[in-house]
Design a protein around this ligand. Sequence first.
Ligand SMILES: Nc1ncnc2c1ncn2[C@@H]1O[C@H](COP(=O)(O)OP(=O)(O)OP(=O)(O)O)[C@@H](O)[C@H]1O
Length: 267
Amino acid sequence: MSTAYEIRETLLKLEGISHSYNGRPILKEVNAEVKNVHIPGREQGQIVGLLGPSGVGKTTLFRILAGLMEPTSGKVLLGADAHPVKRGTVGVVAQDYPLFTHRTVLSNLLVATNNDSAKALNMLERFGMAEHAKKYPSQLSGGQRQRVAIAQQLLCSEFLVLMDEPFSGLDPVAVKNVIKLLGEAAAVDEHKTFVLVTHDIEAAIETCDTLWLLGRDRDPAGQPVPGARVQRVIDLMACGLAWRESITSDPEYLRVLSEIQALFPQL
Ligand SMILES: Nc1ncnc2c1ncn2[C@@H]1O[C@H](COP(=O)(O)OP(=O)(O)OP(=O)(O)O)[C@@H](O)[C@H]1O
């Protein structure tokens, strides 16, 4: 049975974002938005997957979303009051899960909460890491470090947590663990949105609620026109593929997967 949900206010809006490097257009009028999805009786943040071929401009858009780079034009707006994104207010989970090596797990989270130990301990509990609170990052497994890094960025971000290639270089079991972990992380707060940049279409369908396919327009001769935009939004909630485990044998999953695989060469 599919989960009933209600779509509420806008949490993240990409408004006409264009970016050029040395006059060369990379992004052209990127428009997209994420709305608060309310599921009665539970917290459910949104997970958006940003997919697109190599070199299309995903990292460029990621840096703009993080407030690390000003676009040539356009805006990233956060929250119901639509305030512009500011560097330092967005959580960024980099591929190597950087943590302060000379601080314990708990101390890494305290930095993110301005020393609010109740908040930090609560997050460690939620992420099943309370028993490791006194360890140093070098004493953790890769998966445990990733948990702490996500918890830390959730605590210090306002609305948005960005993740760069969370599935890359992992074996299939580890990919399944990350999918599960992201599901748990998104269930912490319905006002938090995760945006994942990934090349892994299958893991993205399993993890995300919405997919944004970034690609270029084509001229009449079928050649790509410089400057990518969101060509297609795939609503996995409406497809009945969100908030469920083991969807990979569902015919709808296979249909969406083959649709994206067919679209990809044209992006
Ligand atoms: N600082 C820069 N100066 C000039 N050009 C750049 C700069 N950064 C990226 N580019 C160019 O912009 C385009 C988009 O790069 P970007 O890294 O955003 O793509 P991507 O989709 O993340 O690629 P990949 O999937 O391979 O990581 C590429 O052609 C790249 O060469």
